[in-house]
Design a protein around this ligand. Structure first.
Ligand SMILES: [Fe+2]
Length: 496
C-alpha cells in the first residue's frame, strides 16, 4: 500500500534563483507511508536485516526571511524499516514549536544562518535568532529518535516506527536555551548519550550525559576562550573529546552583530578530553594544527593514548573556484565543496601521560561524513565508511570503505547523475565481525527522476547493491542519518 499521510503547500518553491531549493535539493511536499508490497524492489531484501534506517533533511516549507541557506530548512525525516525481508518507507516533518508556529502563520517567522539579524521573535540555538528546525542530525536513544539542528535544538523525541513527534524530553528545561547540538553520541554498552551545546555568552559551551532511561545525569559548563562554532564531539569508553577550533565569529564583528565565520590560521586547534562524568576543571586540553572539523569518524583509547579520527580541513575558508564574493550561493558552495576545502581523513593521537599530540594523515583523498558501526562508537574499530563528493558541488557520489588495520580501501560509486545520502551500517542479526552487515543509503537518480534505497554488503561494497527499493517520490538529498538497531527500537539493550 502507498498511503499519502499529508500534503503541504511549499511557498519555498516560489524562489527561483536559489540552487539549494532545486534539483536534488528540491524540498518534498508529501508525507507517505509505503511498504514493499507496493514498491518496486530490484534484488532481494536480506532476511537478517532488522532495524530502521532514518535520515534527516532540511526541507524548507515557507519562503525564507532573507537568503535561504541549505541548513535552514524544516526537518523532515525519511525512514525505511526492515524486518523479515520486507521494508516500509515513511517520511514526516519534525513537529517543532517553530515549525508549528510557521504552519499556523502560513509564512516564515524566523530567518536563517545567513541573516539572523533579521529576526523579530527570539529563536533557538547558539545564535538565538533561528527557528529550531531539527533538520541536521538524528539518532536513536532510549527508544526514540532525537532530531536536532547543528546550532542546538530542544530535545524532540520521535517514534522510530511511526515518525510521530511525541514532544520534548523533560530534561530539556535544564539545557534551555541552547538545547542539544547535533552529533550527540551513544555508548550502546552503557546506554549513555553524551552531548554538548554552545552559545555566544560565557562559558560558551556546556557538556552533558543522558542515561539509558532518558534522564539528565550530568550537565556542566565548559569554559572556552570565546564564542566558538563546534560541530561534533567524540567519545571513548571513559572520556569525551570536546572541540575548540579556530574558525569562529570574530569578537569585534560579533559585538557589532555581524556573524561571519573567520579562520584564524595562527590559533592552534584545541581538543578537550574530559572524563565522561567530569567537570570543567578536569578537562585536559591538547593543542594541534589549526584546522576545522565537521565530523569525526571515531575515537577510542589505546594504552596511554586517546585516538581521534576525523575528516579535517586545513583551509576551511578557501575561496571557491571563480568566487567573486558578490554571489552568495557561490560563497555557500565554496564552503560546502569538500574538494575546495580539501577535507580528508586524519588521525590525532593524544598522549594522556605526556600531554603531547601526534598527528598523522590517513588518506589525502577528499572524503567526509565518516560513519562506523554503532557497536564500535567509542571503541577500537577497523572500518570507516566515508562519503565521496562531486567536485564543485555538495553532492555525494559514492562510499569509500577504509580498512584502518591493513591501510587498504574499497569503494562503490553511484554512477552518473546519481547522488547518495549519509550511509549507515546495519549489522546483521547474528553479526560477529565488525563488517558483518549492510551499508544502507538513499540515492536520488536525476536522470530517471526517482529515488531509491540501496543495500550493499558491508564486506564487499564494491559489488554494488544487493537490493534497490524504488521510493514513491524523489527524495531531497539531505544531511545526517542513523541506524536504529532492531534490538534497540524500543530502548537501549540491557547493560552487560
Ligand atoms: Fe553534521
Amino acid at each position: 500500500m502507498i498511503e499519502v499521510h499529508k500534503k503541504y503547500e511549499l511557498s519555498s518553491l516560489k524562489v527561483e534563483d536559489n540552487p539549494f531549493l532545486k534539483g536534488a535539493f528540491r524540498p518534498n511536499d508529501t508525507e507517505y507511508t509505503a511498504d514493499t508490497e507496493s514498491l518496486k524492489v530490484i534484488g532481494e531484501i536480506p532476511k537478517d536485516l532488522h532495524g530502521i534506517y532514518v535520515r534527516n533533511t532540511h526541507n524548507q516549507v515557507h519562503e525564507s526571511i532573507g537568503l535561504y541557506h541549505p541548513f535552514d530548512g524544516d526537518g523532515m525525516l525519511h525512514a525505511i524499516h526492515f524486518e523479515e525481508g520486507k521494508a516500509t518507507y515513511r517520511n514526516r516533518f519534525v513537529q517543532t514549536v517553530g515549525f508549528l508556529a510557521e504552519q499556523g502563520a502560513g509564512r516564515s517567522l524566523w530567518p536563517g544562518l545567513l541573516q539572523p539579524e533579521l529576526y523579530t521573535v527570539r529563536g533557538w540555538g547558539a545564535i538565538g535568532a533561528m527557528k529550531d528546525n531539527a533538520g541536521t542530525d538524528v539518532i536513536a536513544h532510549a527508544g526514540k529518535l532525537i532530531a536536532s539542528m547543528s546550532q542546538g535544538s530542544e530535545p524532540y523525541r520521535i517514534d522510530p516506527i511511526t515518525l510521530e513527534t511525541t514532544g520534548t524530553s523533560e530534561w530539556g528545561k535544564h539545557v534551555h536555551p541552547f538545547g542539544v547540538s547535533s552529533h550527540y553520541k551513544v555508548d550502546v554498552y552503557t546506554g549513555d548519550m553524551m552531548f554538548f551545546n554552545f552559545g555566544e555568552q560565557y562559558p560558551f559551551m556546556n557538556y552533558g550525559v543522558i542515561n539509558r532511561d532518558n534522564e539528565l545525569v550530568h550537565y556542566v559548563p565548559i569554559e572556552l576562550p570565546g564564542a566558538r562554532w563546534p560541530h561534533d564531539l567524540g567519545i571513548t569508553q571513559n572520556y569525551t573529546i570536546l572541540h575548540d577550533l579556530p574558525m569562529f565569529f570574530d569578537e569585534k564583528d560579533l559585538a557589532k552583530g555581524i556573524r561571519q565565520t573567520k579562520f584564524f590560521k595562527d590559533i592552534p586547534s584545541r581538543f578537550g578530553i574530559i572524563p565522561r562524568f567530569g567537570n570543567n576543571s578536569q578537562v585536559r586540553w591538547f593543542e594541534a594544527t589549526p584546522c576545522y572539523i565537521l565530523h569525526l569518524s571515531n575515537c577510542y583509547e589505546d594504552g596511554d593514548e586517546v585516538i581521534m579520527d576525523a575528516c579535517v580541513s586545513f583551509q576551511p575558508k578557501a575561496p571557491g573556484v571563480g568566487e567573486k564574493t558578490s554571489d552568495p550561493f557561490e560563497r555557500i558552495l565554496a564552503h560546502l565543496d569538500k574538494h575546495n576545502t580539501k577535507t580528508h581523513m586524519w588521525r590525532f593521537r593524544f598522549n594522556m601521560k605526556t600531554g603531547k599530540t601526534i598527528e598523522e594523515c590517513i588518506d589525502d583523498e577528499v572524503t567526509e561524513f565518516p560513519i562506523v558501526n554503532n557497536d564500535y562508537v567509542g571503541y577500537k574499530y577497523r572500518y570507516s565508511y566515508n562519503t565521496l563528493f562531486k567536485k564543485g558541488d555538495w553532492l555525494f557520489t559514492g562510499i569509500k570503505k577504509y580498512d584502518l588495520l591493513t591501510g587498504t580501501s574499497t569503494r562503490y560509486e553511484y554512477g552518473e547523475g546519481r547522488y547518495g545520502d549519509e550511509p549507515q551500517i546495519a549489522r546483521t542479526v547474528n553479526s560477529v565481525e565488525e563488517d558483518d552487515g549492510y551499508v544502507i543509503t538513499m540515492v536520488v537518480d536525476m536522470k530517471n527522476n526517482q529515488s531509491e534505497c540501496i543495500i550493499l554488503d558491508a564486506k564487499e561494497i564494491e559489488r554494488g547493491p544487493i537490493a534497490r527499493i524504488i521510493l514513491p517520490h524523489v527524495v531531497q538529498t539531505g544531511t545526517h542519518a542513523c541506524w536504529v538497531d532492531g534490538d534497540r527500537i524500543y530502548g537501549e539493550r540491557p547493560a552487560k
